[in-house]
Design a protein around this ligand. Structure first.
Ligand code: AHR
Length: 518
């Protein structure tokens, strides 16, 4: 039975901060081993990243060049490489975003000093020198050990241009392979994920869905499988609530795609202020949790439309942009989308990943925006210094879920009504099983109240092996260059396994992960 903490009329909630529960009663999180579907694993690609030529994501964030005083490995920041390896990044999307539809890949190959420059019109009018191009991206993926996910230019490119890019990257022999070899790369790279355009309804060409569906069909026709390489083609999908886009694309082009994308940002709106990343009220925090959790309804509705055309679930929903979007930090370059990252962002990451876990029968990849120095990033850099964000730590904590079998959970969480009238559970959880280990990850979004959680494991031989916690004194806490470890992972020993039941007190505003040997 659900315990609703506080029930405000929606109209009241819209203007009044929501009060807290009188008492945080106990919550039971029941792993449903009886409902495990061994075919339903959590694709590692749910933990995908996104790196765009935007602000200092690439330049300064990932790439500094071989001559930089910043310690680097062949031009890549050594500290960032190590941090990303630790994160077990499965896939990285590049070069955009909106940038992708203005990017001409031939500008980014050959000797760096000869590469043409361009104006990055989408992002602050910054001059792009193309020193990070195809070779730099694919070599980075090899260094990190992740799959590349290429975003092709449909908006301002040509079919020939995209077809030749695929050939340049993946062909063993032939004219494009010869050009690649002349630029220093003998063997082809592997390219699985190919996006055909980005936000084609907007910065990617302002297409109608019907027109884009036709363009998609045409472009993808000429993106060939060379040698043993097999492309997994992804059509540019809807933003948020644009269900018509999904309907038209599925109706007109489903047989030509393996994936259809979706972009969903936790953002207060697209006009005016989006609010500060660090200076927000408790009411803003709860609203953020509600907006973030709304992605579940959005996914379910897109899924239901896709299911009409694709009942066998062959076409995946690829959430290739998601995360928080706040006002950029005061004093930073306009258009560079540099934002700080607090414990609130960490909770958005945890809740979103839980949602993706619940929809792995359709959602097979997700790429948080973005990997460094832009929006809800993993990493912030300044000169030779690097800070790992609270969101980074959530991804690290969740890494054992990659490739694991979903264990559904029932939760009788308290709920609260947030601004806008939405009801959100204050406790969320996800569980998975892999190599004899059960991983249970729990979040409490309540700002004040810890909650007693019990996790029945009766009838199962289990041993609690370890626990980790991410929490903060204040929800507004973040890591910065002066204080890089204010919000960081710490061992958690507050759980007990006794009489077939795991018990713990889940602190307010925390994410806790427990590893149990089965
Ligand atoms: O991630 C920032 C931008 O958001 C991307 O370039 C675009 O696709 C989206 O609108």
């Amino acid at each position: 039975m659900k315990k609703v903490c506080k029930v405000f009329a929606a109209a009241v909630c819209a203007v009044a901060p929501v009060a807290t529960c009188a008492a945080a009663a106990g919550v039971t999180v029941t792993p449903r081993f009886d409902r495990v579907d061994t075919a339903l694993t959590i694709p590692a690609e749910i933990y995908g990243q996104f790196a765009e030529h935007l602000g200092t994501c690439i330049y300064g964030g990932l790439w500094v060049g071989e001559d930089s005083p910043v310690p680097n490995t062949d031009g890549y920041r050594t500290d960032v490489l190590e941090a990303l390896r630790e994160l077990r990044v499965p896939v990285m999307r590049w070069p955009g975003g909106c940038f992708a539809d203005e990017y001409h890949w031939t500008d980014g190959i050959g000797p760096r000093h000869q590469r043409p420059r361009m104006v990055n019109t989408n992002w602050g009018g910054t001059v792009e020198d193309n020193s990070f191009g195809t070779h730099e991206f694919f070599n980075l993926c090899e260094l990190i050990g992740c799959e590349p996910y290429l975003s092709g230019n449909v908006g301002s490119g040509t079919v020939e241009e995209l077809a030749k890019w695929v050939e340049y990257i993946t062909a063993e022999d032939g004219p494009m392979a010869a050009r690649r070899k002349a630029n220093g790369r003998e063997k082809p790279w592997r390219l699985k994920y190919l996006g055909v355009g980005n936000e084609s309804w907007g910065c990617g060409g302002s297409f109608t869905p019907e027109a884009y569906a036709n363009e998609y069909r045409r472009y993808q026709t000429y993106c060939r499988d060379f040698g043993s390489n097999r492309l997994y083609k992804i059509a540019s999908g809807a933003s948020d609530y644009d269900y018509n886009w999904t309907d038209v694309l599925m109706r007109n082009a489903r047989d030509h795609m393996r994936g259809l994308s979706l972009h969903y940002y936790t953002v207060p709106g697209w006009t005016g202020s989006k609010g500060s990343a660090t200076d927000f009220s408790d009411d803003d925090h709860y609203w953020t949790m509600g907006k973030c959790l709304e992605i579940e309804d959005v996914i379910a509705r897109h899924d239901s439309i896709m299911t009409v055309y694709d009942p066998d679930r062959r076409v995946a929903l690829i959430v290739d942009e998601w995360g928080t979007w706040w006002d950029q930090e005061p004093g930073t370059v306009p258009g560079h989308l540099y934002q700080q990252n607090t414990m609130r962002d960490a909770l958005v990451a945890a809740l979103s990943l839980n949602v993706f876990h619940r929809h792995t029968d359709r959602v097979r990849m997700a790429n948080i925006a973005q990997i460094a120095n832009v929006l809800q990033s993993m990493i912030l850099t300044r000169g030779d210094r690097m800070v790992l964000t609270p969101t980074y730590y959530v991804f690290k904590m969740y890494a054992p879920h990659q490739g694991a079998t979903v264990v559904p959970v029932d939760i009788d969480s308290p709920e609260r009504i947030v601004r806008g009238g939405r009801t959100v559970p204050t406790v969320s959880a996800t569980a998975s099983r892999k190599d004899g280990m059960l991983t249970v990850t729990l979040s409490n979004i309540d700002l004040d109240k810890p909650v007693d959680v019990s996790i029945p494991l009766s009838g199962i031989k289990a041993r609690l092996e370890s626990g980790e916690i991410l929490t903060a004194a204040d929800i507004r806490d973040y890591n910065d260059f002066g204080q890089p470890e204010r919000v960081t992972l710490r061992p958690y020993d507050g759980a007990r396994l006794k009489d077939g039941k795991l018990s713990l007190s889940l602190p307010a505003k925390s994410v806790v992960s427990l590893r149990v040997r089965l």
